[in-house]
Each structure stands twice: as structure tokens, then as C-alpha cells.
Design a protein around this ligand. Sequence first.
Ligand SMILES: [Zn+2]
Length: 136
Amino acid sequence: MVKNNERAGIAAFIQSKCPRCGKGKVFSGSLFSLRSFSDTLEYCPNCNLSYEPETGFFFGAMYFSYALIVGSIIVGSIVMNFLDLFDYAIYVIPVLLILLLPLIFRHSRLFMLYVVYPLMYEEKFYGKRKDSEENK
Ligand SMILES: [Zn+2]
């Protein structure tokens, strides 16, 4: 069973697993399918955590997506510069970004689930706590 205050670690994040139990998958489609890479399940098949605590929850993923894309451009530029291929960076980096788009999309949503969800919707994420009931 899932204990209070426990959540999945970085391995589950990389494997796109549930942020609470670390076992159920978050996405139903294949990462390599253009039609279904964005299909997100509504609930964790293992612990029944709702992946969308309120309508539009995943709009916030745009901020993480922006950060991941800008970070990729910076890292790509530095790497291309070290390889002495910086003149080709204007062609190579956009192609890489398009190829990485499904991964960036999914991990932006996972950042929302792993970082924002436990902070904003503590009760939905961890379940009702004993100490919060005593304070009422
Ligand atoms: Zn779960």
C-alpha cells in the first residue's frame, strides 16, 4: 500500500510512471506514434490517482515545456560549439527539437504531476492526513 507522504522517485519519472506509486503508467499511447504520444490516462491503473485534479491542470506544462526547449537549445549550442560545428547548429538543433517533441511534451506533463501536483493538491495526492483532521 501507499504510505502517507510517499511518492515515486526519479527512475519512475524517467520511465513515465505514476508520481504517487511509481508503478502505473501515465500515458496510454506509444512514444513513437504521432497520433497517440500525447494520450494521457485519467487515472493510475495501479493506485487510482486522478492524473488531472482539475480541468486545465496540464496548461501549466507549457512553462516546463518552454524551459526544456530553451535548455535543449542552450545545451545543443554549447555541444555544437565544442564539436566545432556551430555553423550547422541552426539546422541541427531545430531538427533535434522536432524529433524530441514527444519526449519534451510527456516530460513537461510529468513535471506537472511530480512537482506541482503534490504542492497544490496535497490532499488529493497523498489522501487525507490524520494531523489535518485533528486540527479541525
Ligand atoms: Zn499510481
